[in-house]
Write a protein that binds this ligand. Sequence first.
Ligand SMILES: *Cc1c(COP(=O)(O)O)cnc(C)c1O
Length: 456
Amino acid sequence: MEQVDPRRLIPRTDRLLALPAVERARARLSEAVLLSLVREVQQRARRGELAPDRVADAVSAAAQERSAASLRPVLNATGVVVHTNLGRAPLSEAAVAAVVAATGYVDIELDLTTGVRSRRGSGARSALLAACPAAEDALVVNNGAAALVLATTALAAGREVVISRGELVEIGAGFRLPDLIASTGARLREVGTTNRTHLRDYADALGPDTGCILKVHPSNFRVQGFTSGAPMDDLAALAAGHGVPLVADIGSGLLAPDAALPDEPDAATTLAAGAHLVTASGDKLLGGPQAGLLLGRADLVAQLSRHPLARAVRADKLTLAALEATVAGGAVPVGRSVHADPTRLRERAERIAAAVNAPVVPHDGRVGGGGAPGLPLPGWAVRLDEAIAVHLRTGSPAVLPRVHDGACLLDLRCIPEADDERLLAAVHVALAASSATATSPGGSTGGTNGMTTPTA
Ligand SMILES: *Cc1c(COP(=O)(O)O)cnc(C)c1O
């Protein structure tokens, strides 16, 4: 008798698309996604990786598991608070609620009393001005880089941006400030040296071609030793004397000083010292959504708002909602993590360590994300075998530990206390998976890359 090609037994596409599990998934997934999911399973069967009578079940399971968004939540056990690879700041509850409320139609550019069009994002603007009274006006754009581009374009395109050689920094992978400024059509007028720049260096460079003076906070490194920079108030006096705007990029977005971060500049102090315009990020130490803040003199903010580029870098309604709620709401996760009580961190770590018979070791967290470089945030970590890391990362929930010196370290600083039980459960599963891999023939001990390098 002639042998039937098993591939002829693979269920047809229309039958698979009509399976009840696929039918239920139609509420979440597009027809194209469902079709490609069906085709993938059929291909596996054609290659002989799956028996034809298992195809329907495999499609049903895949349809149930697949979600329309692929980003997976991660428990951040690295101790790095603003972790760029993990999306920087987690939003506060108030911000999340505001985002959800803003997903539908909202009065983002409308005065409901008069029915007349209003200024976009006035809620976020008011919240920023209330939190930072030193600013006369505020504008929110897409991110910190966009704030800087808008400021240098509007103030100095075709002219010079005077900047210290010590501040020509690379902020994150491939993001160099000098390149960014040059892309706006402004010319960089570098003054001083890498380690020392004096007021007279700035003074010598000012002239009819000056568009603005730019002061950049070197947020991800420190220059130590024989260094000096011109104080902000002296620069401000110089700038005012020449009628030139002084722009300060403070990076991390603190609106007011934070005693725990003594070297981190903040908007209020920088404006009080005489800067005319401050630029900053929304998702670093401010703890909000990705956004760029421009705070300062009303005429300069108005000039920037009117520039055509402002429309290209404007913030969307979800960002504006989250930012307003971040600034006007209570404590944010970033702030809680930076100020976490070391004694409490130790108690939490010891509880988890005791449950899995592991030691607790001192461990310094970091602000990360290009903030407070070199500043340790003293705390504690549960110390596990390095081989556990891969199982933690690929588990559910995914946990990102710090892999360091041959160990897998769990720092609880950035994990909300309410998630301790979920973390412990994930550790149990990872330990079991790791011992299974270690004892299975040919089993590998897993990856070693904890991916904990913070970059802005
Ligand atoms: C992070 C940072 C930027 C870039 O801000 P983004 O929000 O990442 O675009 C610019 N300047 C400084 C000093 C920074 O620290």
